[in-house]
Design a protein around this ligand. Structure first.
Ligand SMILES: Cc1cc2nc3c(=O)[nH]c(=O)nc-3n(C[C@H](O)[C@H](O)[C@H](O)COP(=O)(O)OP(=O)(O)OC[C@H]3O[C@@H](n4cnc5c(N)ncnc54)[C@H](O)[C@@H]3O)c2cc1C
Length: 494
């Protein structure tokens, strides 16, 4: 599969297959194709293997459709076009490449095991027509074995990985691919129409109401907006009621921004805020390399094998309450309502809700991981799995497993006036800034004066944090080697 090593010095014609890299600038595969081929076709496939597994309403499909439309328009303006297909890439890519009579297909690396298998199948299908498949690093700064420790082994802990990353990074790794230089080499295929949501089998979502700009222009606009705030990032990032983050995760997921552009800007900008932000981009690289070196995590295995078989009680009613944002813990519930209504959740709250699911509700982290996978518009396997395993203390975390977030103190600290809570749980608006974090403690008389009945207008806590905390500690401490049947987890998915 490592055809990047193969010679591709001169191709007569090439096909660039866009996947999670929906932009026409600073794009490794596009650059190499245009540089080496006189006729470059471009294509995108709405992959039925992926789409068929999704619910009928999925914000990601809408985001992709909008971004593909923008990419097509941009390519047309430059004399090219985007061929858009709907089918199975295993079949469609070789069929198209053969029909266009190209010598080679160019794409960027994908690190998820299912995508790697797909690419291996595509390679074989192309070989039958004697067509090469070249692929390149594009979506990360460092991949695979590029950052190893002194013993030549991959890092399993973030801080030394980050230090090695920062030591190695330089202009070479952060430079943009000058795609524009070769834009005369676009080929003009017979145009294919842009599908619409209905023809792909989907229904509209509320994406438009969320004002989440899509496509390359949307990504650049978000970054411009963030650039003015980057120096305040470190102080603002943990407070969900403040616009502290970049909101670029969905753009990084679908490649409507370039990681080199973002990392270069963060690296160049010398503020404490920009360094903290670069740190997050390094986390992203880190989790991609974890997946590369430990693909077993994609089969549901824990990074730390000693915690693979914790017998979580997995109470279905508690799981349902968590999913619906009805646990009685306002910060957790507000966060779950945020993900349910917008497809996004603030980073601090991803940590709080994940910790709460595993260590307060004693539910297997894999169920939460799958719930996020279904809901998040920025769902990315490596970051999601990494985040869940971090929160469950089964993954790459230097902290011991007995770190357990307290949902009330997290709320008091990171949403002190309850601004975020009030946005998603308006029924608690009548509470004052102190009461809102633990409303079950509001005396009955005061509840009556507020016209609020905890237990009716808003749930009582479904578990007691202190009790559950000690149960969680027991589960982790004993961590018996008993296999949890996967079927039980499947049955519990709502
Ligand atoms: C349980 C859990 C699940 C998560 N699932 C995902 C997911 O599916 N997809 C996803 O992109 N991120 C995930 N994250 C990481 C993080 O929460 C989001 O990237 C972030 O909230 C996105 O908001 P932003 O774009 O404003 O981020 P910013 O704060 O602006 O950060 C910039 C970028 O850095 C990357 N990044 C930030 N934090 C992390 C992190 N901890 N790990 C890896 N990359 C990071 C993202 O690409 C992000 O867009 C998860 C974290 C946790 C704890």
């Amino acid at each position: 599969m490592n055809s990047a090593k193969k010679s591709f010095s001169t191709e007569q014609s090439a096909l660039v297959w866009f996947r999670r890299d929906l932009r026409d600038y600073d794009h490794a595969a596009l650059y190499h194709a245009l540089k080496t081929s006189a006729q470059v076709y471009c294509c995108f496939i709405f992959d039925t293997d992926i789409l068929e597994a999704l619910p009928q309403q999925d914000r990601r499909v809408e985001f992709i459709l909008e971004s593909v439309k923008a990419l097509k328009e941009a390519l047309v303006l430059q004399g090219g076009d985007l061929i858009i297909l709907h089918g199975k890439p295993r079949v469609e890519i070789s069929k198209l490449a053969h029909a266009l009579k190209v010598n080679a297909v160019f794409a960027n690396h994908d690190y998820e095991p299912a995508a790697i298998t797909r690419d291996e199948d595509v390679t074989l299908a192309l070989q039958k027509h004697d067509i090469d498949f070249h692929h390149f690093k594009d979506q990360v700064i460092f991949e695979k074995d590029e950052i190893l420790n002194n013993a030549g082994k991959p890092y399993g802990v973030f801080t030394p990985y980050k230090n090695a990353w920062l030591k190695k990074v330089n202009d070479f790794y952060l430079s943009a691919y000058p795609v524009d230089k070769y834009k005369n080499n676009y080929a003009k295929p017979k145009t294919t129409p842009l599908p619409n949501l209905e023809s792909l089998g989907f229904k509209p979502t509320n994406l438009k109401d969320l004002r989440m700009p899509s496509g390359m222009q949307g990504g650049l606009a978000l970054f411009e907006d963030f650039r003015d705030r980057i120096s305040r990032y470190k102080d603002a990032r943990d407070f969900p009621a403040i616009k502290g983050g970049s909101f670029l995760s969905v753009h990084l997921r679908f490649g409507t921004v370039s990681i080199r552009h973002l990392a270069r800007e963060a690296h160049r900008h010398a503020s404490i805020g920009s360094q903290a932000w670069l740190n997050e981009l390094i986390w992203r690289d880190f989790y991609f390399q974890v997946l590369h070196h430990h693909p077993r995590v994609a089969n549901g295995d824990t990074f730390k094998p000693e915690f693979n078989n914790i017998p979580f009680p997995n109470n279905e009613a508690l799981f349902k309450a968590w999913c619906e944002g009805k646990t009685g813990y306002p910060l957790v519930d507000a966060a779950m309502r945020q993900i349910n209504t917008t497809g996004y959740m603030h980073n601090r709250l991803r940590m709080v809700t994940a910790s709460f699911l595993v260590k307060d509700l004693l539910i297997d982290w894999r169920l939460g991981e799958r719930y996020f996978e279904e809901k998040l518009i920025d769902f990315d396997f490596s970051a999601n799995n990494g985040g869940w395993q971090w929160a469950a203390s089964t993954g790459c975390d230097a902290q011991p497993w007995f770190r357990i977030f307290n949902p009330v103190t997290q709320s008091e600290r990171f949403d002190p006036q309850g601004k975020f809570i009030r946005k998603y749980i308006p029924e608690l608006n009548v509470c004052d800034d102190k009461e809102i974090h633990a409303p079950w403690l509001i005396p009955l008389l005061r509840q009556q004066s507020l016209n609020l009945e905890i237990g009716k207008d808003y749930p009582l806590p479904i578990v007691d944090h202190a009790t559950q905390r000690s149960r969680a500690l027991g589960l982790y401490k004993n961590s018996p080697k008993v296999l949890l049947p996967n079927q039980k987890l499947n049955d519990m998915m709502l």
